[in-house]
Design a protein around this ligand. Structure first.
Ligand code: C5P
Length: 404
């Protein structure tokens, strides 16, 4: 999450009844942490699962539960609340609430303000798998989609009732990601983005290997930003301890050769390739089958190295390459090395950063190298920077990149 990425957004968070109400405590915390203001509105049933006091403490605002709330001077809570909102999110959205929404019913505060809204509406269903599969529910959900309402989830897995299947509410973090994504302009809609991220691991023997200090944070932040911009995103990751960004397809690899093979298999389906991984330049020509032992004579092991394939250069060399973006981590003379590397790798855009200074950190400072010259972007946290880089990439895409 970027610092305050939802600053200035005002959400009405509507809760209907269901055991998934407990997830909304965490969701509220995530939304407010990201800078959004959250106005909670609960149905009578929701208050049976979690108290309005809890939701008030977490959102920092009094909660509305009734149409007849004396705090609203004009008695128009159903109008006033939605007029201030950038979106209404119903989470959890129960079977009953979805049905009432699909039929435009307005028999309590939450349903009435949904009907009276002039802002987008997102629903996050949560129910037992049989209730989700019920043809009436499926009909209602299809109707809501046809009415332009965003349906987030549901997830699949174990349910509170002990059964397993579709219908459980997305986790709070996934719901947060879907909401954050909803607010981003879809500048990469219809585009397909392939990225590499993280280090590679080149084994020496069954327990040891050579790797580097890349954390994968920049590549994962770019994958998230590309997904939020509306692209289909496939992330090929070396060994990193990071969660897969929401909505992104991830493939894990260890070695440079595996990363190369995975990229070459996938790349014909993609418009844009962003090579963020810190790929090892060399690997040993022979991986010892057994753990290399210390000897009594203290003879030091020696290794012969062979060069790994250059993934970015291989992609750029394809007869119909996607729009290729490279990264360069230099410890000095970035201006000279950045442009030289861009030309050598034959890519239209290369993003240079002062590598050793940014490894593992949450912020970064980069320079864009392209044929027309170099442009510096202001220092920012990696997620904010990723959003800015995706916007820069989107501006430079040739129109023809969709018809490869
Ligand atoms: O040559 P150097 O490693 O500095 O180049 C960095 C850029 O090239 C990055 O975009 C990186 O992902 C890519 N690269 C690659 N395959 C390699 C080496 C680097 O794709 N074997």
């Amino acid at each position: 999450m970027a610092t305050a990425e939802l600053a200035g957004k005002h959400l009405v968070l509507g809760m209907s009844g269901g055991i998934a109400c407990y997830k909304i405590a965490e969701l509220t915390r995530l939304l407010t942490k990201a800078g959004a203001t959250v106005q909670v509105v609960m149905t009578e049933a929701a208050t049976q699962f979690i108290t309005p006091i809890t939701m008030q403490a977490l959102s920092g605002r009094p909660v509305y539960t009734s149409q007849w709330d004396a705090r609203v001077p004009n008695n128009m809570a159903h109008i006033d609340l939605s007029r201030e909102a950038d979106a209404i999110v119903i989470a959890p959205a129960s079977t009953d609430f979805l049905a009432r929404l699909a039929h435009g019913m307005a028999d309590d505060l939450l349903s009435t303000l949904c009907v009276a809204r002039d802002c987008p509406l997102l629903v996050v269903p949560a129910m037992n798998r049989q209730m989700w599969q019920n043809p009436a529910t499926q009909r209602n959900v299809a109707q809501l989609r046809a009415d332009g309402i965003e349906v987030l989830g549901p997830d699949s897995g174990p349910q509170a009732c002990g059964e397993v299947g579709d219908g459980r509410m997305l986790e709070a973090a996934a719901t947060y990601e879907a909401i954050a994504s909803f607010f981003q302009p879809k500048i990469l809609a219809g585009r397909r983005v392939l990225l590499t991220a993280g280090p590679t691991f080149e084994p020496l023997d069954p327990v040891r290997g050579i790797t580097n200090r890349s954390s994968g944070k920049m590549g994962f932040a770019l994958a998230r930003a590309a997904q939020q911009a509306g692209a289909d995103v496939h992330l090929i990751a070396g060994p990193v301890a990071l969660e897969t960004p929401w909505g992104v397809i991830r493939e894990d690899v260890q070695t440079a050769q595996q990363m190369h093979d995975a990229v070459m298999r996938a790349v014909p389906d993609y418009d844009i390739f962003i090579g963020v991984a810190a790929v090892a330049d060399w690997r040993v020509d022979h991986i010892s089958e057994h753990k290399i032992k210390k000897t009594a004579e203290r003879v030091m092991p020696t290794f012969t190295f062979v060069e790994n394939p250059d993934i970015l250069a291989s992609v750029a060399k394809l007869p119909h390459p996607p729009f290729c973006v490279g990264f360069a981590a230099e410890s000095g003379d970035l201006d000279v090395h950045g442009e030289e590397k861009r030309v050598r790798k034959n890519v239209p855009l290369l993003i240079g950063n002062l590598g050793p200074l940014t490894f593992g950190l949450d912020d970064n400072e980069v320079v864009l190298f392209e044929a027309s010259g170099a442009t510096k972007l202001p220092r920012a946290d990696k997620q904010t920077l990723a959003g800015a880089l995706i916007a820069e990439i989107a501006k430079r895409l040739p129109d023809t990149s969709l018809i490869r």
